[in-house]
Design a protein around this ligand. Sequence first.
Ligand SMILES: NC(=O)c1ccc[n+]([C@@H]2O[C@H](COP(=O)([O-])OP(=O)(O)OC[C@H]3O[C@@H](n4cnc5c(N)ncnc54)[C@H](OP(=O)(O)O)[C@@H]3O)[C@@H](O)[C@H]2O)c1
Length: 212
Amino acid sequence: MTTTIGIIGSGNIGGTLAIALTRAGHEVVVANSRGPESLGAVVAELGDLASAGTVAEAAHAGEIVVVAVPLWALASIPSDLLEGRIVIDTNNYYPGRDGAIAELDARETTTSELVARHFAGARVVKAFNHIPAREILTHAQPAGSDGRRALAVYADDADARDRVAALIDEIGFDVVDGGALTDSWRIERDQPGYIPHFTVEQLRGKLAEAQR
Ligand SMILES: NC(=O)c1ccc[n+]([C@@H]2O[C@H](COP(=O)([O-])OP(=O)(O)OC[C@H]3O[C@@H](n4cnc5c(N)ncnc54)[C@H](OP(=O)(O)O)[C@@H]3O)[C@@H](O)[C@H]2O)c1
């Protein structure tokens, strides 16, 4: 089934997800901070399934919206914009880039819970934070392939999690359900599951090994 997916942030991860999702037959509406006119070349390369929009247009394009802006930029996106949407949160916290965030440094919360808190009423699913963007294209394999890479998802809303898991499978990866957003620290930066290629069994092991 073709879905229209908004993508807010069209850099490394947003731009690569736009390629993967259009290749899988989905429509995408991509947005960045500079406005749709700056995305002409990007959408031309993506083909007929892609268009450029404002942040609000990407937010309202469909039920699923990828938020692929750096954590420091989150506050600049209106917090009521994604109410009721399934939000795919790709964020990581890099203090050198994002500035120090005391709650994260104190391990009191997770990046995805901060995203969920910011976007009131959104159904946030943490996904794609632990794969280098280019590998979304180069590591994709059809379902059932030997050694297929697994990606973790964390969500508080089971329906949102399942919808995102189905998309991840479609674009070439197995899925490990890690649990609720509060547990998503297990796949944050520098944890054992972060970055390398793991199969389902291996990734489950790495998530279990994680220490806060
Ligand atoms: N790079 C990776 O391989 C990778 C992999 C997994 C997860 N992540 C995480 O995903 C997040 C994004 O990383 P990235 O590497 O894709 O960043 P990036 O290449 O710097 O791209 C950031 C994008 O966000 C846009 N943006 C910034 N502020 C915005 C705003 N207020 N409204 C709309 N768009 C805005 C930028 O638009 P302009 O260019 O117009 O400013 C740009 O398109 C980070 O948390 C990162 O850690 C990255």
